[in-house]
Design a protein around this ligand. Structure first.
Ligand SMILES: Nc1ncnc2c1ncn2[C@@H]1O[C@H](COP(=O)(O)OP(=O)(O)OP(=O)(O)O)[C@@H](O)[C@H]1O
Ligand SMILES: [Mg+2]
Length: 312
């Protein structure tokens, strides 16, 4: 195990508000951790503490074994941070900002040139390099922010909503970029896009009111959904009611929900008791009763439903 990031009982109070309330977790090299939670849950505050931009009220954070408060320079050297919102220094151009960050990071000579060229290519910034950042579109601002975060190829990446404001093509590109970098780094991303968690994260933490309410692999979180292992099928609209009643009588089935109808074919969803596997049971019933089906799917579960359960 190669633990690159560790938080121990981190708490942050702003006057009467406890924004972060005793958060502890560790991230190993190779992990992409999705950091999820409703608005105001404490994600950004936690990320600012991890990167040394905000001191915690209590608790400790170490990055590659260095303490964020006592060894800030060692920590900053190893962390790339994409803050929430647009990059600072809006009157600078991307070229100016990236050059400035390269100097701060101590990049020199051919290595400096190589890294600058690499991030400009990775985030496709060539066309906007000389324009003031504040005149760029939201998505380009985000990409400039990401470019400065990964510029020095740090071991730990803390990315606060990295794909916020990106178009679908750019979201895809950024997810691919995260995948490529994942093996060598510990990456933490906050996001409100739950498909992103399935697409790029090896693990997800859900926070609510400053506390961790779940810490698991995405598939395991989805398995907590009442739709996990649900079997959806489509039957002729006129027969939906009878078929639904037949499925509802199966011992493994907890309930049957009607779905939308398309081209005279109505959807029915059989939800299992306690997440059990009901596929065989449903198939047998379909064969036994001679039910004509046009589609049959097993659901993995729904992260949005689990998210709501845990945070409301
Ligand atoms: N500088 C500050 N002063 C006072 N309160 C703050 C400050 N920064 C954050 N807070 C409060 O701390 C809580 C957590 O905010 P935070 O920005 O960390 O949430 P978040 O999970 O990032 O939310 P979002 O999904 O909206 O980005 C909120 O109640 C917020 O109002
Ligand atoms: Mg935030």
């Amino acid at each position: 195990m190669d633990r690159l990031l560790q938080l121990d009982d981190v708490t942050k109070r702003f006057g009467p508000v406890t924004a972060v309330d005793g958060i502890s977790f560790a991230v190993e090299r190779g992990e992409v951790l999705g950091f999820l939670g409703p608005n105001g849950a404490g994600k950004t505050t936690t990320m600012r503490i991890v990167t040394g931009y905000l001191p915690a009220s209590s608790g400790s954070v170490t990055v590659c074994g260095f303490d964020v408060l006592r060894q800030p320079i060692e920590v900053k050297r190893r962390v790339g941070y994409l803050p929430e919102g647009a990059p600072a220094y809006g009157d600078m151009s991307p070229a100016g900002l990236l050059g400035f960050v390269a100097d701060l990071r101590g990049l020199k000579g051919p290595e400096r040139k190589r890294r600058l060229e690499k991030v400009v290519e990775q985030l496709q910034l060539e066309a906007v390099l000389q324009r003031p950042i504040e005149t760029l579109s939201k998505g380009f601002k985000r990409r400039v922010g990401l470019a400065q975060a990964i510029l020095a190829d740090p071991e730990v990446l803390i990315l606060d909503e990295p794909t916020d404001g990106l178009d679908p093509n750019q979201k895809h590109e950024v997810r691919q970029l995260l995948d490529e970098m994942a093996g060598e780094k510990a990456i933490v991303i906050s996001t409100h896009i739950l498909e992103e968690v399935e697409a790029v994260c090896s693990r997800a933490i859900i926070v609510s009111q400053g506390r961790i309410v779940a810490d698991d692999e995405p598939a395991a979180l989805m398995a907590r959904s009442r739709y996990h292992n649900a079997v959806e099928l489509r039957v002729e609209q006129g027969k939906a009611e009878t078929v639904g009643a037949c499925l509802a009588r199966l011992p493994g089935v907890a309930s049957v929900e009607p779905g939308d109808a398309v081209n005279g074919q109505a959807a029915l969803r059989a939800l299992p008791r306690e997440g059990g596997d009901i596929l065989a049971e449903v198939r047998d019933a379909v064969a036994r009763e001679g039910i004509q089906i046009s589609e049959l799917n097993v659901e993995r579960g729904r992260l949005d439903e689990v998210f709501r359960q845990l945070t409301t």
